[in-house]
Ligand binder design. Structure first.
Ligand SMILES: Cc1ncc(C[n+]2csc(CCOP(=O)(O)OP(=O)(O)O)c2C)c(N)n1
Ligand SMILES: [Mg+2]
Length: 532
């Protein structure tokens, strides 16, 4: 067996069933392994697509996404998707080729040569390592899974030189058992429970790290009467319809004010990234009880009065038990009326453009099943969607958020649909953003994915054009000429249409969810049917 084959057989032992990739001569032995290990290979059109698809797969399945790319341009192309996954704390394993080990750093002009590949990806991975001997592989892959399963998940990059991949490996490598997650300190939980019972205006703020905590979260919120605010990544953990849910409304003023006014904030599994609120720092004047798996977060920008380093699920179960033994403070109905008031003030402040976006979301919400996954690009309609698209379930709404890489939505949706084919998945991107990765429509067509792709067309890089207008800067480089999106999608093997009414949009989405291939649906911002 070659090292390349052994790598893939070992990944199969870690239950890897799919890799997203682009082959090259340097990675041929990995492909022998892919074939022999019975792993599905999804061929992307550019490595940026592969890393974003691997990320989408991870978000839909909860398992690490894997991509295989060549060194050099394979890695520099994949970097955007790896960095996006890093920013959003998603597990991803990137296996790349590299030029022969002997040549590294010598400037001999080897094909795909990259000075210090590990240094290139070090800034957006939990760790990046260059393999020198096949024997190093089992430990490094075990370390990658320790990151994925036992700590804050983040991407890992392993480069395997082209002269190491063909080396012989004797015997099968075994998967190693990953460590368990850190448990909360009982004293810190008792202190948190004490402070929460005494709070007059508590508020809970949940991020992606709180996924999987619905039951204890709802229990805690109800006992202390706390409104629950979510980041984009935390959207749906508490169902939108819950009377204490503020949804992901942190872009809106009344929600920001409620956070500023709370006397105790329970912040769970979130760095409160600026991509969710567009401010340097949110105002929080109350004490923060913070639960995070990453110890560095607990002392960061939003430093904790009560820092609890733990897995959020374990911590919230412990906190809900600790609160159960205390007398409820009977603030639930007050909390619910605070929520109604905040939501009403947010609604009253919506701009005309946001109201127009919200009409589209209303149509989409009605057309999509409750468990549909929405992958949103950095387009204005998605910013509005963060608060205007209600979610009853977690892991259903993803937005490129803080790293904010244009071109996120389509490949993410492809990866999600491949990972969870039984789930409805939809991509929403702007006319500017979709062009970054539109080539991957060919991948989606080849994979015969029933995937609606909404293109929100306002004939501009509008978020930036608006910024120029506001500052009286002439519009430069923000009005690219778009292709005919319908023709473009058709030529890449997709169905395509332009929405002509709300009913037509709704029917097109429903049809697309059951189609034999992807469907691009263009929605023009200036559609007469969308006007108020
Ligand atoms: C890779 C990348 N380059 C540049 C940007 C800066 N940027 C943020 S939003 C935006 C405009 C996007 O235009 P479009 O997708 O049409 O959405 P719209 O704002 O028009 O709704 C740009 C250029 C970015 N987020 N990502
Ligand atoms: Mg646009």
């Amino acid at each position: 067996m070659t090292c390349g084959e052994a790598v893939m057989r070992l990944l199969a032992a870690y239950e890897v069933d799919t890799v997203f990739g682009m082959a090259g001569t340097m990675t041929l032995e990995l492909y022998r392994g892919i074939a022999r290990a019975g792993i599905r290979h999804v061929q992307c059109r550019n490595e940026q697509g592969a890393s974003l698809m691997a990320d989408g797969y991870a978000r839909a399945t909860g398992k690490p996404g894997v991509c295989t790319v060549i060194g050099g341009p394979g890695i520099t192309n994949a970097s955007t998707g790896i960095a996006q996954a890093y920013s959003d704390s998603q597990p991803m394993l990137v296996i790349s080729g590299a030029s022969p080990a002997l040549t590294h750093g010598k400037g001999w002009g080897q094909i795909h040569e990259l000075n210090d590949a590990a240094a290139v990806t070090a800034g957006f991975t939990a760790f990046s390592a260059m393999i020198r001997y096949p024997e190093e592989v089992p430990e490094l892959i075990a370390r990658a899974y320790a990151v994925f399963r036992g700590s804050r998940p983040r991407p890992v990059h392993l480069s395997v030189p082209r002269d190491v991949l063909p080396l012989p490996v004797a015997g099968e490598w075994q998967a190693r058992r990953p460590p368990s997650l850190p448990m909360p300190d009982p004293a810190a939980i008792a202190e948190a429970a004490q402070r929460l019972t005494q709070a007059k205006r508590p508020l809970i703020f949940v991020g992606g790290g709180a996924v999987g905590t619905r039951t204890p979260l709802a229990d805690i919120a109800e006992r202390i009467g706390a409104p629950v605010l979510a980041t984009n990544a935390g959207k749906g953990i508490l169902p939108h319809s819950h009377p204490l849910s503020l949804g992901c409304s942190i872009l809106q003023k009344a929600s920001q004010q409620a956070l500023a006014d709370a006397d105790v904030v329970l912040l769970i599994g979130s760095e409160v990234a600026a991509g969710d609120h567009f401010l340097m720092k949110l105002e929080i004047s109350g004490d923060i009880i913070r639960i995070d798996i990453d110890p560095t977060e607990l002392t960061s920008l939003y430093a904790a009065a009560v820092p609890i380093q733990a897995d959020a699920r374990a911590a919230l179960h412990a906190l809900s038990s600790a609160l159960a033994s205390r007398k409820p403070n009977s603030l639930r109905s007050q909390g619910e009326s605070r929520v109604r008031d905040i939501l009403a003030r947010n609604a009253a402040e919506m701009t005309d453009l946001e109201k127009l976006h919200a009409r589209v979301w209303k149509t989409l919400r009605a057309a999509l099943p409750v468990d549909a996954i929405v992958m949103g690009d950095a387009t204005q309609i998605v910013y509005t969607g963060s608060f205007a698209m209600p979610m009853e379930m977690e892991r259903c709404w993803y937005y490129s958020g803080n790293y904010c890489a244009l071109g996120f939505a389509l490949p993410m949706a492809i990866g999600a649909k491949i990972g969870a084919p039984q789930r409805p998945v939809i991509a929403v991107a702007g006319d500017g953003g979709v062009m970054f990765t539109v080539n991957e429509l060919a991948t989606a067509a080849e994979e015969r994915l029933a995937l609606p792709v909404i293109v929100w067309n306002n004939d501009a890089l509008k978020a930036i054009a608006d910024g120029m207008d506001e500052r009286q800067i002439p519009r430069i480089g923000v009005e690219p000429r778009s292709p005919d999106f319908v023709q473009l999608a058709q030529s890449l093997g997709c169905h395509a249409s332009r929405a002509t009414s709300a009913a037509h949009l709704s029917q097109s989405v429903r049809d697309a969810l059951a189609a034999d291939r992807p469907t691009l649906i263009e929605v023009r911002e200036d559609s007469p049917w969308l006007a108020a």
